[in-house]
Ligand binder design. Structure first.
Ligand SMILES: [Zn+2]
Length: 268
């Protein structure tokens, strides 16, 4: 009979962790949680109960960070990695019990997940190395300038695409959009509000980028003029005006009448 898949739900009281990864609270896991004194807080659990990944970590692997420290790849030499793989070989040789095997697989799965998180963090740290907010704003300003004025691309209003666009243009902007968004949108807001906040965050990025150069005060008008010159109609411009990116159509129209036609992008 094939082993039953772990499909949850998590047996921890009031658990509402959103995950697709569940683990069985095996006899071995139970022993571990007793050894590590975590079982006391969850003593209503029984063997073979389901645990979400978060609770599995809390209950069965509470000391995983301590363990990982000793093999932190930052301090690790290549030779250590090879020695370690021998150790892993030996470890596997000693696994004869099926439950232990499952536990070991669970452990490794969690380890992979934790390592992946660590790698993501490291990448983010590398990309953020020594860069201040001002530096990043400067980079953003250049990226968006290039996008709009040199590549003649239209403004990207989709938050996900915008974030991807700036990160791909310059990897040092990795995570920058999320920081702006999180700074502008408190986490307690509901999902829909935050989705709308994301769109505003895109607008703020454009405005912040514009604030870096001498067109700061005129950014809304400049973008509006640019949109008008690119053939956008009044309702499209007013939509962008609502997002705080452009001046409204009427303002731009008045401005144009006053100042006449001018190829503003040549001033850059
Ligand atoms: Zn849970």
């Amino acid at each position: 009979m094939p082993p039953k898949l772990n499909k949850g739900p998590c047996n921890v009281r009031d658990c509402n962790n959103n995950t697709s990864h569940y683990y069985k609270f095996t006899e071995n896991a139970f022993q571990k949680s007793k050894e590590k004194n975590t079982f006391d807080n969850y003593n209503y659990l029984s063997i073979n109960d389901q645990l979400c990944d978060t609770h599995y970590l809390i209950i069965v692997e509470p000391d995983r960070h301590n363990k990982r420290k000793s093999v932190d790849f930052e301090d690790k030499k290549i030779s250590d990695i090879f020695t370690n793989s021998e150790e892993i070989d030996n470890e596997w040789k000693n696994i004869y019990d099926f439950t232990k095997l499952i536990d070991r697989i669970n452990q490794l799965e969690l380890q992979i997940k934790t390592n992946q998180e660590l790698i993501n963090k490291q990448n983010l740290n590398i990309s953020n190395l020594g860069l201040t907010f001002e530096n990043k704003l400067d980079i953003l300003s250049k990226v968006l300038f290039k996008e709009q004025r040199k590549l003649n691309h239209s403004i990207e209003l989709d938050p996900n695409k915008f974030s991807e666009l700036i990160t791909q243009s310059n990897f040092q902007l990795n995570g920058f959009f999320d920081r702006i968004f999180n700074a502008l949108s408190p986490r307690y807001r509901n999902y829909q509000t935050r989705e709308n906040d994301k769109k505003s965050a895109v607008g703020f990025c454009y405005l912040l980028a514009g604030a870096q150069n001498k067109f700061a005060n005129e950014l809304k008008i400049e973008i509006g003029l640019y949109l008008l010159a690119s053939g956008c109609n009044s309702s499209a411009i007013d939509t962008l005006a609502n997002l705080g990116i452009s001046a409204c159509y009427k303002t731009i129209d008045d401005y144009k009448k006053k100042n006449g036609k001018r190829a503003f992008y040549k001033n850059f």
